[in-house]
Design a protein around this ligand. Sequence first.
Ligand SMILES: C[S@@+](CC[C@H](N)C(=O)[O-])C[C@H]1O[C@@H](n2cnc3c(N)ncnc32)[C@H](O)[C@@H]1O
Length: 303
Amino acid sequence: MTTSAGTTSIGTTPTGTASIGTASTDAPPLDAPLLDHLYVHGYSPHESRRLGDQADTLAEILHTGTAYPAGSKVLEVGCGVGAQTVHLVAASPQAHFTAVDISAASLAQARARVTAQSPDAQVTWHQADLFELPVKDAEFDHVFVCFVLEHLPSPQEALAALRRVLRPGGTLTVIEGDHGSTFFHPDSAYAHAAIDCQVQLQHAAGGNALLGRQLHPLLTAAGYERVEVRPRPVYADRSRPALVEGFTRNTFIAMIESVREDALAAGLMTPTDWDHGLADLRRTAEPDGTFHYTFFKAVAVNP
Ligand SMILES: C[S@@+](CC[C@H](N)C(=O)[O-])C[C@H]1O[C@@H](n2cnc3c(N)ncnc32)[C@H](O)[C@@H]1O
């Protein structure tokens, strides 16, 4: 995907490290509505909160095994509001991070979040399109990408483009979900239909909410080697109240709820059937309900 968003830096690290690219700390953030077509969930405060809840709740499940050596240069692509960045810097406090997003407004939130939680973190913030990163070839030792490829019409091209900035022998870590991995109790055809609305809307926006299962073939086709994909399941029942609240309610159900108007406007469900589906979905977070979802985490080497 190419956009006209440009490659303007939004500043420096908290410790003052110069940012790569065109310094422009006073550049106005891109207007969120302009970018909404790039990201099916949009850039609202509600979505920022949802991304934070998601990352914090899933940190142990998703970030276990990801730690970068002291002094290594790590690029996080599509950092959004910094929800994953805070966990990356906590696990690798001596690594040097560069965090990139196409949305200046999200980057500003990311910077505030990381500065508040880890004031000593070494992070350079950069507004850029991942297809046109203004950095030298082989600049980074490692690249981290979480929940970004699923929103791109050409994820394989994105993975190939990231090889340019990754040194030979460097690693790429990719995390994606797959809505087809969702099952729950009590089961409900209406709830599955509501989830399928999200899958269809994301597809219509050029993305793929079923991308997790494709990570291995995509990485292989993009030229990576030693590709390893591991499922990271999330299962929530009353014995795990933090997951019921943080994942089932505040991450997954909140995501489906957020597409109500778009789903109805597209005629994908009637309002009555939608409300039935959402009521059934909320039922899975009640004390006698259960919920399952699988994320996929890939690590691959740039030959
Ligand atoms: C679902 S959010 C994920 C944010 C973060 N990685 C997380 O897990 O919380 C996807 C992010 O990718 C960014 N994005 C989408 N297309 C991009 C592109 N071509 N270049 C850079 N960032 C992009 C969006 O602006 C958005 O912030």
